[in-house]
Design a protein around this ligand. Structure first.
Ligand SMILES: Nc1ncnc2c1ncn2[C@@H]1O[C@H](COP(=O)(O)OP(=O)(O)OP(=O)(O)O)[C@@H](O)[C@H]1O
Ligand SMILES: [Mg+2]
Length: 259
């Protein structure tokens, strides 16, 4: 039996045959606004609810923004911080007097802080979020792979199960540097599309080692007061979206005639 940690989203646990194997580094990758951060919040909240302590590294949003976003989904990060069960390492605001801020956005400094947080939080600290890794590679995308290895190797020794996000550029659809996908034990890919004039988001588990995971793309909603909810498997195949609009239109016409 493999020990698995709940992602905090019941349906996602189902897709993962019970959850994420303990000690894994899971990459959450995809376009802006697709649910990566929200999923990280669920993962941390699942730990906090069970009395664990957690570390959350935020590079593109301030600590305040993360706490506020969590509270909109009824996750009380503020109290957990006060109780000394949650450390949010802020790499955006870089406030000099703040114990848990990064001065420079480097992987080395981030690892030092995470280990310091782990020592402060103690043995019940199993979950770590790094949201996002892309910030460390903006100027040196070629370092992505090597640094992903370092992160995995160093933090694995400290007993963490890690959710690390990585952004895909809206212009190219590619990651800022390649690396984390290969080093990661699991990949959850978040996508978006506009269907009938409405933004739709979905996720697909592209990889999860040692797991007979679901292979379908699932439509998701992000709901106020609730967070991320998986709805249903996408009816159309993901690659259908690559078809030119006139071809799609012909298929639609043909399908309605048939119906
Ligand atoms: N209270 C809320 N109620 C409903 N939807 C919300 C709420 N708060 C945020 N959202 C939705 O969640 C989206 C943000 O999702 P999230 O922060 O997880 O994106 P992300 O994938 O991390 O993007 P990025 O790569 O830009 O950080 C918002 O654009 C909005 O659509
Ligand atoms: Mg985000």
């Amino acid at each position: 039996m493999i020990a698995r940690l709940s992602t905090g989203v019941a349906k996602l646990d189902e897709l993962l045959a019970g959850g994420v194997p303990e000690g894994f580094l899971v990459a959450l990758v995809g376009m802006p606004g697709t649910g990566k951060t929200v999923t990280c919040l669920h993962f941390v909240w699942a730990g906090l609810k069970q009395g664990e302590s957690c570390v959350y590294v935020t590079t593109e949003e301030s600590r305040e923004s993360i706490v506020k976003q969590a509270s909109q989904f009824k996750m009380d990060f503020q109290s957990a911080i006060k109780e000394g069960r949650l450390v949010v390492i802020d790499a955006l605001m870089r406030e000099r007097e703040d114990e848990w801020s990064l001065r420079d956005v480097t992987v080395e400094e981030m690892l030092d802080k995470v280990i310091a947080a782990k020592k402060a939080l103690g043995r019940g600290c199993k979950r770590l979020v790094i949201d996002s890794m892309s910030a460390f590679w903006l100027r040196a995308p070629v370092r992505a792979r090597e640094q992903s290895y370092t992160v995995k190797r160093v933090l694995n020794r400290w007993g963490f199960t890690i959710f690390a996000t990585s952004q895909y550029a809206i212009t190219t659809g590619y990651a800022f540097g390649w690396g984390i996908e290969h080093v990661a034990d699991g990949i959850i890919h978040f996508r978006r599309t506009v269907a009938n004039g409405v933004l739709r988001r979905y996720l697909i588990v592209e990889k999860m080692r040692q797991t007979a995971h679901d292979l379908r793309a699932w439509e998701l909603d992000i709901l106020d007061g609730q967070g991320l909810v998986l709805r249903r498997p996408l009816a159309r195949r993901a690659e259908d979206e690559a078809l030119p609009p006139d071809v799609m239109e012909r298929i639609r016409r043909f399908a309605s005639k048939e119906g």
